[in-house]
Design a protein around this ligand. Sequence first.
Ligand SMILES: Cc1ncc(COP(=O)(O)O)c(C=O)c1O
Length: 403
Amino acid sequence: MIEQAIENRPSLVPEMLWDIDHYKEEGLYFYLETTEDILPNGRVNVTNHGEMIMLGSYSYLGLIRHPKIDAAAKAAVEKYGTGTHGVRLLAGSLVLHNELEERIARFKGTDAAITFSSGYVTNLSTVSSILRRGDTVISDKLNHASIVDGCLLAAAEFSRFRHNDMDQLEKRLAEANPDGRKLVVADAVFSMDGDIINLPEVSRLCKKYGAYLMIDEAHSIGVLGETGHGIEEYFGMPSDTVDIKMGTLSKTIPSAGGYVAGSAELITFLKHQARAFIYSAALPPASAAAAMAAFDVIEEEPWRVKAIQKNYNHFAGRLREAGFDLLYSETAIVPVICGSTPAAATLAKYCRDHGIFVQAVVAPVVPEGLARLRACVSAVHTSEDIDYCVDVIIKGGRELGII
Ligand SMILES: Cc1ncc(COP(=O)(O)O)c(C=O)c1O
């Protein structure tokens, strides 16, 4: 009887959304590859592939392996060891946690900041803890999954506007419950398309309708603005334009974790109400120290911010000139549109066969017909490597009839 019940159980795992076996059979599978070494100039050494030029990294300023950052992490381990005592509300904060939060607040021009153990839970927990029944959260349709999940978890009404469409945002603001609070939330730089939210207009509309504004700076810290301080600097807007300034410590900042910077009142609230802060352990000392040193490095080595802007212009300029559609990308994230899923997967394989680490991103992650190579340039790629990658992508694109 029991055996039969076990035998008749439906499969533990449901059907997958993408056919991994097919990818593997066709030699198109290139996910979860093992990196053995992180090399200088944006290169990596990958098991079974050898040295490759890395176009899949979020380390926009090339800060992984930066000596000052590595030294800070090592010193933190020497002083505090590897772990924390658990959650900060129960076991207290390390000096390092408080210093990191002060550093982030200074970098973002706010009263205070809070850190969480990942960027994902930062969004999830912030959005869901701030909002109450009767409130409305209004989210750009291309926002990151962690924002979407935070909106789904919140008790508030969840409403969405077409990507960067300010008329529709205004409509959503006008429709929102006038008796509740309104929160507009958007990525600063959209992680699949590399374009930038129209902050001046979003901010104007928020003021007009009495809404609060939250911006996710996962892909804009170190990238946007003359000195890499992010989206407000990029648009020349005051540092109190955004009420909830969210960011990650896992991309430009070569560590792990996420943060929110904002008013003292907001941060005190999150430290006592956000479930991912209350119920999840503090950042390990090495991660906190590395993150803190990285904010210093961004300010001490301004050439990096200039270099990423220059590398983007060179990379995207040449690809557009050759006829590629890069959507509205303006930043280090460059979607090289291929059209169909097989076209994108085959161009990615072509690149890989020529020593370039780049992924194809296909439906349902992006809309059908907009399958793409998703390339990220970094400040430390050499111009020779950028030219080489562009030459390979153009040659492959022509051979496959994409351009
Ligand atoms: C826009 C955006 N927000 C949040 C996250 C989550 O950050 P983390 O990887 O630090 O959890 C990501 C991750 O890619 C992201 O792209």
